[in-house]
Design a protein around this ligand. Structure first.
Ligand SMILES: Cc1cc2nc3c(=O)[nH]c(=O)nc-3n(C[C@H](O)[C@H](O)[C@H](O)COP(=O)(O)OP(=O)(O)OC[C@H]3O[C@@H](n4cnc5c(N)ncnc54)[C@H](O)[C@@H]3O)c2cc1C
Length: 307
């Protein structure tokens, strides 16, 4: 019987592990399909406090993991594939093996949607990004491309126009999902250009390990052409990793956990931390803060129950 099982080993899960381990709760962290979480995909992180020179994303999460292990946190490879939170103790299946726990901290994140091109995967963190707030600063005076047609694409394009020499928004359709106000703001921004009915066929140059351009195709005319690009930003949404909690933890229509205040979910003893609940900020530091909050609430919950 565990006191705390933490689902996810990103910033939120690892921070929750540090706090619960230092509270002597011997947390078990289930690392999931992406050990270290989204930061393991990127290179330099310049906005996490405490690192004036910046720090590589994988090093940052690995340090958090080591810090949690120092205090007795245990990390388990594998993913939670099923859950039963209908009675206590809570039960989770890790790749088929069921474990029991008094509390759960869900820190399973929200994965960015990617286009799915092999070249894109190879260039994540090397010019391909899903986070303008995180990486916009690296593209001062550079050519930036934003993919998407919703509010977040318009917001990212406007934000990135502070840095880039030009920003091209590429959208596969003619119509936008973005609200009129966001679209108008982008349309009135002289640095932003639009390419409609257009898709990305290839991102160059995986061999050079840096983004240098893209191949585009107009879906109406089938015209194909290359364009120079330095920064390639996806803004086509995120997928919260909540499938295995479906029907148990309350989520909104997009699958994000609905908070019941603090780190509480609709189930007493099950807490949320990080991007799996936060559709607004989605930063390493906010996820870490949420991990701290969830850990403190789990501690108090266990204490109140006499454990
Ligand atoms: C390319 C890129 C660059 C970024 N750069 C920055 C930056 O410079 N600065 C910044 O502040 N933020 C940055 N971010 C955002 C930041 O990475 C996220 O906000 C942060 O990682 C969220 O932490 P999290 O712990 O909530 O979730 P995640 O990091 O997404 O971690 C989720 C964890 O849950 C696990 N998991 C999922 N499903 C299961 C399951 N069923 N069972 C077990 N485990 C599961 C995964 O394996 C993973 O370990 C970047 C994101 C990306 C994609």
């Amino acid at each position: 019987m565990h006191n705390v099982v933490i689902v996810g080993s990103g910033c939120a899960g690892n921070t929750a592990a540090i706090y619960t381990a230092r509270a002597n709760l011997k947390p078990l962290v289930v690392a999931g399909h992406e050990p270290g979480g989204q930061l393991s995909l990127t290179t330099l992180v310049e906005n996490y406090p405490g690192f004036p020179e910046g720090i590589n994303g994988p090093d940052l999460v690995e340090n958090m993991k080591k810090q949690a292990e120092v205090f007795g946190a245990e990390f388990l490879h594998g993913s939670v594939v099923d859950t039963d939170f209908s009675t206590r103790p809570f039960r989770l299946s890790i790749e088929g093996d069921w474990i029991e726990t008094r509390t759960v901290i869900v820190a399973s994140g929200a994965s960015a949607r990617w286009l799915g091109l092999p070249s894109e995967l190879a260039l994540i963190g090397k010019g391909v990004s899903s986070c303008a707030t995180c990486d916009g600063f690296f593209y001062r005076g550079k050519k930036i491309m934003v993919i998407g047609g919703g509010d977040s694409a318009m917001e990212e394009a406007n934000f990135l126009s502070r840095f880039g020499s030009e920003v091209t928004v590429v959208h596969r359709r003619e119509e936008f999902r973005a609200s009129k106000i966001m679209l108008d703001r982008a349309r009135h921004n002289t640095k932003i250009k639009f390419l409609l009915n257009t898709v990305i066929e290839e991102i160059y140059d995986a061999a050079k390990k840096v983004v240098t351009g893209v191949r585009l195709r107009n879906v109406k005319t089938d015209a194909v052409w290359d364009q120079d690009v330095d920064g390639f930003f996806l803004a086509i949404g995120h997928i919260p990793n909540t499938k295995v909690f479906k029907g148990q933890i309350e989520t909104d229509a997009d699958g994000y956990i609905v908070s019941k205040g603090g780190a509480r979910t609709n189930i007493a003893g099950v807490f949320h931390a990080g991007d799996v609940q936060d559709r607004t900020y989605r930063q390493a530091v906010t996820a870490a803060g949420a991990g701290c909050r969830a850990a403190m609430e789990a501690e108090r919950f266990l204490e109140a129950e006499g454990h």
